[in-house]
Design a protein around this ligand. Sequence first.
Ligand SMILES: Nc1nc2c(c(=O)[nH]1)N[C@H]1C(S)=C(S)[C@@H](COP(=O)(O)O)O[C@H]1N2
Ligand SMILES: [Mo]
Length: 455
Amino acid sequence: MNQERPVSGSLRKAPESFLSRDGIQKVVSEAKNGRRDFIRNAFAAAAAGASLPAAMAQSNPVPTEGGDPNILNLPEHSKALGQGVAPDGSYGKPSKFEADVQRRQSPGLTQTTQASVSFAPLQSLFGIVTPSGLHFERHHQGWWDIDPSKHRLMINGMVKASKVFTLDEIMRLPAVSRFHFIECGANTAVEWGNVAVPTAQYTHGMISCSEFTGVPLITLLELAGADLKKGKFVLAEGADGSSMTRTIPMSLILSGEVFVAYGQNGEMLRPEQGYPLRLIVPGVQGVSWVKYLRRIEVGDMPYATKDEAVHYIDLQPDGLERQYTSIQECKSVVTTPSGGQVLLDKGFYNITGLAWSGRGKVKKVDVSVDGGRNWRTARLETPVLSKALTRFNLDWVWDGKPTIIQSRAMDETGFVQPTYKQLRAVRGTRSIYHNNAIQSWLVQENGEVKNVQVA
Ligand SMILES: Nc1nc2c(c(=O)[nH]1)N[C@H]1C(S)=C(S)[C@@H](COP(=O)(O)O)O[C@H]1N2
Ligand SMILES: [Mo]
């Protein structure tokens, strides 16, 4: 499905920049010894195959665009005046050449856009932060741009006195800023039975990672005089029409990890992400990160609300359902090369991807370029943060033959991401949530990359 759409991040898009001398020199000068030779040899081998553009073989370092390196032939942008600084009141946008890097809906997945999903374009992103405008969206009843001066957060239940906070009051309190991923429990849901969608955007794009800023929930509970001994759970409630309510165990709150956020990537939350206030529950599935947060009730039992008793339960092979399986277990995905992308030619490539664990830090990511027979350990790029996305990279020389690329992450608890075979042995094939199986991408002889599953 959806194969006719332009796939952002296609390597075919920018052959010049990928193969330019500049690019290569940069890679080589940044590379460590050993890696440097590896990369140089990889390119030399490919050049010997006479398949690289002529520009590659030239020794003249002057850019060859326009032919003659005469100054009169410089491009317009090197000779004329550029544009002025942004006018007052403007908000910057990406280059027009990046217009196909977009959130996308999966056609046919839902009947209305208000109870739907838009997926983040993982295949086009670098590092670990998801730009706010590309953060995936999951709404149960549409999103709102709520007036922050009218918004209130109430703390009630097992407290000395119920308390109502304005946003201004919350923003006066001691703040924390932390990077965390949020993954919808239903990420990769359509792949339980078999391959269903073509790209990493659709298989894994219900995850995003931001630097969130806000106030630890424990601070607000203490200000309301919450009974932190008898109060074993809280109920978090959103202000939209979806009656989104979720039970959060007090143990997570006492650890100081759960916080009430108003900030995202240096600015206020985006409306789609719950402006002006949302709950951050690191490591726990997205549904518990209640947006438009308006109430926290302290109680002594789980609340068994509709979104934890009927939805967000895991159907087991024996027909029983598991409840409260909230933690997002260790998982990873190669984002380049990934489904829908096209490798230009044999030779050197940087395999890159994302790994994460709801139980802490990612410890190791292994990558296979032969369908799981052999594994090499990828480089984890810093920072490696707890319950945040971690970027991994691996040098690879494609010999032009069809092959399957996979990544397998391990977290600091020692948990290793399962194969589909291992996962299905425990969970069957009829689940929706919590599919963290190893993803496989088939690189075909013509360079086109396809989503496949290996047993
Ligand atoms: N108030 C409210 N909170 C909500 C939801 C919602 O529909 N309403 N959706 C939940 C679900 S299922 C997920 S996966 C995340 C999605 O957050 P995002 O839209 O910022 O990506 O928000 C959660 N919090
Ligand atoms: Mo979700």
